[in-house]
Every structure is written in structure tokens, then in C-alpha cells.
Design a protein around this ligand. Structure first.
Ligand code: ADP
Length: 330
């Protein structure tokens, strides 16, 4: 977390606890004062009764009058207590809401800042690389192998830029309710195979093993499903070593369709396993992170899975790495 945001959170927390403690103390003080007043009033009324009724001559009347006064005192105490408890409950409920809202707001602000830092980098790098490659091609007479390599690298950068643009556009459209999800009968096996073939082509040095059951049909949106598969494969490549094997599997039973992508990278610590699906969330801080990314990929995968009546989860891969599984109901 950035230092300025950390400081802000500390200040907000201190002010919040101070105000809450002040309100509770004021409430308790209010109760003590009322009770004191109640006690004084009771004594005064008993004194008045003693003046009016002689307790030795008329003990029954006297005791009756005192009992009535004490009953009245108890009734007042109960009223003050119940009012005080209601106030306290309202204050606490309100305080929890305010605290959560403020914390969420600060967290979102921090995530948006991270996102802005990441996106600037993500946009500038592929553009700079593509530009440099094209300038080299234009200025120098290169042999065919080098030319092909430069063109291949430029293509990779533009694909990355394209994926990034899709992630940003689709997530904002899905959130704003502007994206109309199509529900067409499609061959999911072909879609997944096309994605893995594309990755093999883009990253020929990587080991990508696939086990795709043929003719698995699904009702869904081809663009969204493609984005989801690509994001999972992209992450497996990004977050695992060059010689680590990546596996992509698709299978189906009568009840569900299961897509899994596993890698042999560093894996994901247990306490981060839920958080990585949050919008803009990236493990580590923006300064210490070495891999590129925006924190939108898995958020989008989760959203797409849920929009297709499915769910996504991450587990540890054996012996190392992680395994993302998407399960769709049939
Ligand atoms: P990013 O653009 O940062 O890749 P994602 O939403 O795709 O955003 O992923 C969120 C975070 O989850 C990443 O920053 C990374 O730390 C972690 N992560 C995602 N996939 C993997 C993986 N296969 N192995 C290890 N960590 C991963």
C-alpha cells in the first residue's frame, strides 16, 4: 500500500475511533446524569411523603406511598436504559457502515492509482517496442531471419495491446450494463483449441500441453469466453518460469463443463486466493512488481464465468504453481 494512502487510513481510523469513543462516553454520561436526577427526585418525593404521612401512625399508607415512588423510579431507570441501548445500537450500526464505506473508498482509490500506474506502463511499453522495431525495419537492411523475428515481436506487442484494450473495454461495458451477452450454441472445444494454438504460435519456446475433449458444446458468448481462456493462459505464461509446463484441459460430464489451466510458477498464497479476483488487485506493491499487468484479467474471468452460470477457483498445483478451474453448469 502506498505511504500516503496508509497515512490517510491511519488518520481516518484514529479520528473515527476518537469520535466513536466520544459519542459512547457522552451517552454513558447522559445516562449517569439522568439516573442521578432520578435518584434525587425519588429522595425528595419520599421526604415530601414523610412530611404528609406519619409513618408510625399510618405505616401501611406510608409504605404504599414510598413503594409507589420507588416503582416510579425503577420505571424511569428502565426507560433511560432502553433509550440508551437503542441509541447505542443505532450509533454502532451507523459507525460500522460509515467505517466500511470510508475504508472501501480509500481502498478503491488506492487500486485506481495502482491501475493508472500500471496502465500507463502497459500502454507505453508495447507502443515503444513496436515503434522501435518498425524503425529498425525501415532504416536497416536486415536478413530474412532477423526481419521475421522483429515482425513476430511487433505482432506479439500489438496482440498484447489488443488484449489489454479488450479487457478494459469489456469490463467497463459489462459493469455499465452496456454489453449484451449473446447466448449462442458454440463448440467450446474448438474455441479453447484455437486459443491454445494461438499461444503456441506466439510463444513457441513455452511448453503448453493441452487435453481438450472434442465436441464440448456450450451456450455462451464467444468473445467473452475467448477473453477468459486467453487471460488464464496469459497469466500462466506470465507468472511461471520459461521451462515450466503449462497445461490446459477441457472436459465435460452430464452435469458440468470443466476448464482448467495450471502452471508451475510460484503459485498463489492462501490469503491471496480470494483477493486476486477483485478488480485491479495485484499481488505485491506496484513498485516491487516486476511483471506487467493491470489487475483486470482475473476479475474479468470471474465475471465472465458467473455470467455463464459458472464459477472459478484457484488451487495449488502439485508440486508447485497453481491451477485455475472454471466449472460451468450444463
Ligand atoms: P494482472 O494484470 O496483474 O495479471 P490478474 O487479474 O490477471 O491481473 O491477476 C491478479 C494477480 O493474481 C496478478 O497480479 C498475480 O499476482 C496473480 N496471479 C494471477 N495468475 C497467476 C498465476 N498463474 N500464478 C501466480 N500468480 C498469479
Amino acid at each position: 500500500m502506498q505511504t500516503s494512502i496508509k497515512k490517510k487510513l491511519v488518520v481516518v481510523t484514529i479520528v473515527y475511533w476518537f469520535l466513536l469513543a466520544y459519542m459512547i462516553a457522552a451517552l454513558v454520561w447522559w445516562f449517569i446524569l439522568l439516573e442521578k436526577q432520578n435518584y434525587n427526585m425519588t429522595n425528595l418525593r419520599i421526604l415530601q411523603v414523610s412530611g404528609r404521612i406519619d409513618s408510625t401512625s399510618y405505616p401501611i399508607e406510608y409504605n404504599k406511598a414510598v413503594a409507589a415512588i420507588i416503582k416510579e423510579k425503577k420505571r424511569h431507570t428502565t426507560t433511560y436504559l432502553s433509550e440508551g441501548i437503542t441509541f447505542l445500537a443505532l450509533i454502532l450500526v451507523g459507525a460500522v457502515f460509515v467505517y466500511r464505506a470510508v475504508r472501501q473508498q480509500i481502498k478503491l482509490q488506492q487500486q485506481q492509482q495502482n491501475f493508472m500506474m500500471a496502465i500507463t506502463h502497459e500502454l507505453k511499453t508495447p507502443i515503444a517496442v513496436a515503434r522501435l522495431n518498425l524503425e529498425t525495419l525501415l532504416k536497416h537492411q536486415l536478413d530474412e531471419t532477423k526481419r521475421q523475428k522483429l515482425i513476430q515481436m511487433t505482432l506479439q506487442e500489438t496482440t498484447r495491446l489488443n488484449n489489454l484494450a479488450s479487457n478494459i473495454l469489456v469490463s467497463s461495458q459489462l459493469e455499465g450494463g452496456k454489453y449484451r451477452i449473446t447466448r449462442e450454441e458454440l463448440n467450446f472445444s474448438d474455441l479453447v483449441r484455437n486459443c491454445t494454438d494461438d499461444f503456441r504460435h506466439r510463444f513457441p519456446e513455452r511448453i503448453l500441453r493441452s487435453g481438450i475433449e472434442p465436441e464440448v458444446d456450450i451456450e455462451g458468448d464467444p468473445l467473452l469466453l475467448e477473453i477468459m481462456v486467453n487471460n488464464l493462459l496469459e497469466n500462466a505464461i506470465k507468472y511461471s518460469p520459461k521451462d515450466g509446463m503449462i497445461e490446459c484441459r477441457l472436459s465435460a460430464t452430464n452435469h458440468d463443463i470443466i476448464l482448467s489451466v495450471s502452471d508451475q510458477g510460484n503459485g498463489i498464497p492462501d490469503k491471496e486466493k480470494r483477493k486476486i479476483f477483485e478488480k485491479f488487485y495485484r499481488i505485491g506493491s506496484e513498485q516491487t512488481r516486476t511483471t506487467q499487468g493491470t489487475g483486470l484479467g482475473l476479475y474479468l474471468c470471474k465475471k465472465i464465468a458467473e455470467d455463464h452460470d459458472g464459477e472459478i477457483e484457484v488451487t495449488d498445483n502439485n508440486p508447485v504453481g497453481c491451477n485455475f478451474t472454471v466449472r460451468f453448469n450444463r
